[in-house]
Design a protein around this ligand. Sequence first.
Ligand code: ZN
Length: 353
Amino acid sequence: MPVLTRLIPSPVVVDIRPGALDDLGSVLADERISHSGKLAVAVSNGSGARLKERLAPALPGASWYEVGGGTLDDAIRLAGDIKAGHYDAVVGLGGGKIIDCAKFAAARVGLPLVAVPTNLAHDGLCSPVATLDNDAGRGSYGVPNPIAVVIDLDVIHDAPARFVRAGIGDAISNISAIADWELANRVNGEKIDGLAAAIARQAGEAVLRHPGGIGDTDFLQVLAEALVLSGIAMSVSGDSRPSSGACHEINHAFDLLFPKRAAAHGEQCGLGAAFAMYLRGAHEESAYMAEVLRRHGLPVLPEEIGFTDDEFVRVVEFAPQTRPGRYTILEHLDLTTDQIKDIYADYVKAIGS
Ligand SMILES: [Zn+2]
């Protein structure tokens, strides 16, 4: 008999709304994630202190752990600190680094993770991957998906604008990533997971076409949902394919070639996506993407994040080496330096300055 359905690894709770944090304890109790209220809450030692002050009275059974940064050592230390506490769950409350530390620590001690992001900088908040700095640079560690994702849009309103805007670039880049996947399917017969592609594409399109901005709660709702859905799309396909193509290779190349000067992940991915769409000949889509990114105050030209044109050409040339085995428009065209220069000049003209 054929398999007539499949289970999708996804959080039990997705709670995205203004004021969601005020109900965190009762939501976790109602959903049987934490009946006793015994939670290990990981926060940053910076802005986390403010949130701790606000939340502690509502979570009387919680223990609070300050996490230094986003390194593997920080995550291992956190796991060591919480392992004897007999907690129901680990809560990662903060930006991407805190959540990734909490994800890894929770996996190590066999507890479920509740992700409570305080900004929307990228789509890692609900993904089965923890990105941590290690002795060799940076590593991606497979971990279980969060059991719950709680995003308080009031908290997001108060986050630094740059860390909210960046998520727009990461969400929109799904559209370019899916185009790369379809290209690999046409040229190499790589199998597309249609459900993962649909989820990721709709997430990207919803953000691309939304008329609002980061000051509007309804836009933040769509953006937060899009980033959660992108993470679920990656769980469905079992890899980052639905949300990562040439756009992300360009992003990784910025990080690897210029580790000290790299901009935010989502900023680089958005720029990479607008350029990748141009490379594949989707000139109208590229121009529209650039227009939307600009409207949100995101970069569409390398100079807007402090890079020269020549440096960008180097980035594009190096990009395919960052993800061996992934076939995108960059590997497909296999451009020479001069060809990249020419196409980049055309892109600049096409999107205007
Ligand atoms: Zn990304």
